[in-house]
Every structure is written in structure tokens, then in C-alpha cells.
Design a protein around this ligand. Sequence first.
Ligand code: KIV
Length: 281
Amino acid sequence: MSHQHQTRRITVPEIKAHKGATPVVCLTCYHAHTARLLDAHVDVMLVGDSLGMVMHGLENTLGVTLEMMITHGKAVMRGSQRALVVVDMPFGTYEESPEVAFRNAARVIQETGCTAVKLEGGSRMAQTVTYLTQRGIPVMGHIGLTPQGINVAGGFRTVGRSAEEWPAIEADAKTLADAGAFAVVLEGMAEPLAARITAAISIPTIGIGASPACDGQVLVMEDMLGLNPHPPKFVREYASLGPAIEAAVKAYAADVRSRSFPGVENVYPMKKAGSVGPGGV
Ligand code: KIV
């Protein structure tokens, strides 16, 4: 299948069909211009609540609101036509009950037009995953290092580096798959555990800092483009846009100060004499 010519959206069953086959390619995306650039090349665009830090300068994801997610979700949907778009449910909008989760997830789906939502948590979210899925809202799970749990965990900690932790995390993955999640993000997880989970469940695992053993990979786009001055160890930088942007802005500032920008090519000349009548513009 040629990615370049497909203009309908990739579907949830198509993502599920990647299980044990070609890895699922996923990147975060928060705005229309980048959505347009990513659309032909990724299978899934995740409007992640990491936008709180990346776009809004927050310290963590806990201050992200449903309105912020909807605003960025709409922008990504407007900028894309092919990739499946998943929007994160932010902290405080889904944990209370399946009913609350449904009401808020339905808003996300209706107002953005995206296909699916993602929520953090394993076994404790199973009932909610089933409730949403049975009512027409596909759910991507997210286990391992779950950034919305930062205050309980006391920080961001990679999981599964000692085998005693494994049974509970494996149970989380299996329970989410049985509950109807169509894929699950494994974040910050030791490779042997990610491999075990990937072998054990029937839905694609999407890794971020969880090794190539997963059925797909996701990164925060700004991290892989080199915009994060302190990227995590699991990030590979495919460009150095941070330094490139800084160099461009420095050159622009020098040009403005020296009056070499705007140049003649950037200036609107007068129309030829006689082509504009009195009062014309
Ligand atoms: O918010 C986010 O960007 C995410 C990914 C890191 C998986 O949840």
C-alpha cells in the first residue's frame, strides 16, 4: 500500500493488524503545520498531554485541561487526512468513573473529530476502557511510567528493572487488552518486561523508552527534532532544529538591526502610474 496516495484515515482495526507485523509508527503532534508534515509518514499521531510542557511550558502534565487537548486535537485534525489521530485524556477527566470518562471522551471525539483517546493506568482503568469501547470510543492504554502519577510515584521512574515488579505490570497489560483497548503504550520499561508483555497480549504495544521489542514506537516529536535541550536517554535526535532555529533567529535579528531586512524582494512597490484610480489601494 502506498502511504503517499491514501487519503482516508487509517482505522483502529488497521492499527490492530500491525500486531506481530510491521511496527506501528507514532509521533506526538500538537499543531496543524506539523500534522501536515507528519501525515504521510506516520500511522498514528498522538495529541499527547506532554503538550503541557512542550507547548505551554508547564512543569508536568497535571495542569493540562480538556479544553487544551480539544484545541490542539482540532488543529491536528485540520492539518491531517490520513493518520489515525489519538487524543490524550488529561488528568482529572476520566479517573472518577466510567460515566465521567465517557462524557469527557465523547466531547473530545465530537469536538475534534479524532478517532480514539488514550488514558493512563492498567487494571484500575479496565472497567472504564470496556465502558468506552462498548459505547463507540476506541481506547489506547498507557502503562509503565505514567506521568500523571508523578506525585504518587515521587518522580519519573523506569519500571520493570527488577523482576518482582513484573507480575503486576503484566497483569495491567493483559487486563487492558481483555477490556478492549486497541493498543497500549509501554513507557519507561525495561526491555525484557516489554518483550514479555508484547508476546503475551494480542494488541500492539507501542514503546517509548521500552526497547525495540514493542510492536511500534512513539516519541515526542519535538524531542526527536532536537528541540529539547535535555532529551531523555531513549530519544534519538533525527534533526537539530533547536540550534537551527536559534541560528536563523540570530541572523534575522542582525538583518533587522542593520536594515538589510526587508530587502527589495520583500517590499510592495507602487502600481504603475495610471493603473489605480483616485482612492484606489
Ligand atoms: O503525552 C504524551 O506525549 C504521551 C507519550 C509520551 C506516549 O503520552
